[in-house]
Design a protein around this ligand. Sequence first.
Ligand code: AMP
Length: 342
Amino acid sequence: MLAQAASKLGFHVHIYSPDEDIPAAEVAGTLTRAAYDDHGALTEFAASVDVITYEFENVPAPTAAFLNARKPVRPTPSALAVTQDRLTEKEFLKDCGIPLTAFALIRGPDQLEGAIESVGLPAVLKTRRLGYDGKGQTVVESLAHARAAFQSFGGAEIIAEGFVDFSDEISIIAARDLMGGTALYEAIRNEHHAHILYRSHVPAGIPAELAEHARRIGELLLKKLDYVGVMGIEFFVETETGRRRLLVNEIAPRVHNSGHWTMDACQISQFEQHIRAICGWPLGPTARHADAVMQNLLGEDIDGWQEYLAEPNLALHVYGKSEARPGRKMGHFTRLYPLTKR
Ligand code: AMP
């Protein structure tokens, strides 16, 4: 979707990926299929482009740094390094004074008990790195359960988080350009199934002061990270304290699944906004011309494509991935409705 947006603006796109199944190659002019540590291939790739970006946060930080020494990588490798490790991300958020879930680092089995004591039960155990869409995380109800779960992570360092009692999950899609200009889409309400995003709704139907607070946090994070590009920020609306307040769950240094509705409900999508930002162009408007509900098509959901196409107010996107594994994001659709007052 980034490649499509770049091509629409007249840019030539060169994809670099170690994967076997590379849907972006279908819509990009040039493809390099090579490993993240193949310095020869990385050098040639950098020589052939003017600017480099990434679309998921698990690109190794040394790869981003190697490329950045040759051509600008945006968002910066330091923003990537902060956000690809749950511990550094949480410490960064804490230093910024942003409210977040109670957390504790667990380096080994002897630290389990203390960590669980400090965050309480139930707790959510998450790997420090390489986790997304519910991969590398487990909810535990007891210390014994936590011990078994720790073993299942194969000895990797993990984070324990307090389980948040939330009324809603919301997110913000925020963009910053090279000149420091910012553009934020309105708050989105998200539904998850089994830790994977299922639906995103705009308008979010949350109180205006919560939406405004989310926006202020977005502006602050863009500035603190000296960010260039689009960022996704996920929040819990916590209810435990009797009143509703925001806790940041995580930040994603990239275009975000909860912003896919912008392709069909806005003049400028999050993808175009990201391409504009990294290419040194000014950002565009973020206003919406319709109410929207985006739904992910996971695994075999994609087989319903004929049924989806029959709905007149529905925009279907199929990613062209070769195999529909359970829980794998194969596409999405956005249902559009007449614009209501926010
Ligand atoms: P994450 O990969 O951290 O974004 O987690 C995916 C989803 O799991 C979240 O959107 C929540 O629905 C759920 N989840 C993660 N962490 C917690 C938590 N500490 N308390 C309650 N639910 C959580």
